[in-house]
Design a protein around this ligand. Structure first.
Ligand SMILES: [Fe+2]
Ligand SMILES: [Fe+2]
Length: 392
């Protein structure tokens, strides 16, 4: 197998690294590139943020399913200052590549390459591949090398770190997996309100929803997630809880009737006559059980919101009301009064949320009645409660 080595701090890995690896693979016919994060690069001492474990985790999360890329933690394990000659010797000994391994060097570093420890030995043990990192054009290097005239992507780890710490946009500069880790571990001085819900869980549930729901249902779920997250922000709730509830709320939809009944029975609340007749009404209840048992969601507010989103229930909490509203009026739902979506005009108190919820519930019930459809007992009890509180 023909291998090339791409070392660096990967603090954090960014799309420029992957774009470069891709370019080398296709230009020189290597079978695999081994990404080697430095424990501490001699040229970048003092770089802050991103422990060795964080950097390894971000790399691993950035290359799922790509057999052309490997990660080797030999420099991190050796600790101390990383010398390239040691890495080449170690990798050659363990991987036994066909021919010499390639060593990818950016043209920003290659000028000083003759000063590196055992530079002559490196050129004897590896094929030096000089790639463009700067827009400086071609260079003249006093040692054997191949040069790749790759397009330069003007992104660096330093730029990503700087943009994160300064609150500027950065998310599309790193692969999605690395982005999730930066968000969940608050790396590089990321300023954001904390949440008990991790971005990793949200991404996992969104991928699951895309897999199991049909395209229209998935887009409805994503629009529901966006609106639920916006509503949470407006009413002072956790936007991540809103997003998670929204993206997961219809996961019970693809279940068949037997499965809907079986899962719903697990919540111990019995099955009503209407639910027996129309098991599809159980997709919220069954979905909540599925989310807990199969997907490991433990947040009770999210589970309750999903459970009650279909018919509503007198036991609904704030997040459940948000999800109910979002599900019924998200942007792809037809026949919704657009004024309802303009919630920015209403206040941000619990009473304001109750009022909006009451309006949406009434519109939904009116729509069901206009089509002479059955209304569940839970919905009727809820209407009654709202009537008594005078929120209609
Ligand atoms: Fe639903
Ligand atoms: Fe829905």
């Amino acid at each position: 197998m023909r291998l090339a080595i791409l070392g660096g701090s990967f603090n954090p890995v960014h799309i420029g690294h992957l774009f470069l690896a891709d370019a080398v693979l296709s230009a020189f016919g290597y079978d695999r590139i081994i990404l080697v994060p430095a424990f501490q690069s001699p040229f970048k001492q003092g770089a802050t943020g991103g422990s060795p474990q964080d950097r390894l985790d971000m790399l691993a999360a950035s290359i799922p399913g790509d057999p052309r890329l490997g990660i080797d933690n030999c420099e991190i394990k050796r600790e101390g200052v990383s010398y390239t000659i040691d890495t080449i010797a170690d990798i050659t000994r363990r991987y036994r590549p066909t021919g010499k391994p390639g060593l990818i060097l950016g043209d920003d570093l290659s000028k000083d390459f003759p000063k590196w420890k055992s530079a002559d030995e490196i050129t004897a043990q590896a094929d030096i591949i000089i790639v463009r990192r700067l827009l400086s054009g071609d260079g003249d290097y006093p040692y054997p090398n191949s040069q790749l005239k790759n397009e330069v992507m003007e992104v660096s780890s330093a730029l990503v770190r700087e943009r994160i710490s300064e609150g500027k946009n950065w998310r599309c500069l790193v692969p999605p997996g690395a982005r999730t880790i930066i968000e969940d571990r608050r790396l590089y001085g990321l300023q954001e309100a904390g949440s008990a819900i991790t971005q990793a869980l949200i991404v996992e549930m969104e991928e699951a929803a895309r897999r199991v729901l049909n395209s229209a249902r998935f887009h409805h779920s994503r629009n529901t997630a966006l609106l639920a997250s916006d509503l949470c922000r407006h009413f002072g709730l956790d936007p991540k809880a809103g997003y998670l509830a929204g993206i997961s709320h219809d996961m019970g939809k693809p279940l068949d009737e037997d499965e809907l009944l079986r899962l719903s029975k697990a919540d111990g609340e019995g099955i009503s006559k209407l639910e027996q007749k129309k098991p599809n009404l159980l997709h919220g209840r069954a979905g909540a059980v599925l989310l807990k048992e199969h997907y490991g969601i433990r947040n009770q507010d999210v589970l309750d919101a999903v459970k009650y989103h279909t018919t509503g229930n007198a036991a609904m909490g704030l997040l459940a009301k948000v999800l109910y509203i979002a599900d019924k009026i998200e942007i792809s739902r037809e026949g919704v009064d657009p004024a309802l979506r303009d919630f920015s005009a209403c206040g941000g108190t619990e009473q304001d949320l109750d009022r909006l919820f009451g309006t949406v519930l009434n519109e939904t019930v009116a729509w069901l009645r206009s089509r002479e459809m059955d209304i569940s007992e839970g919905t009727l009890r809820l209407l009654d409660l709202i009537e008594k509180r005078g929120l209609r």
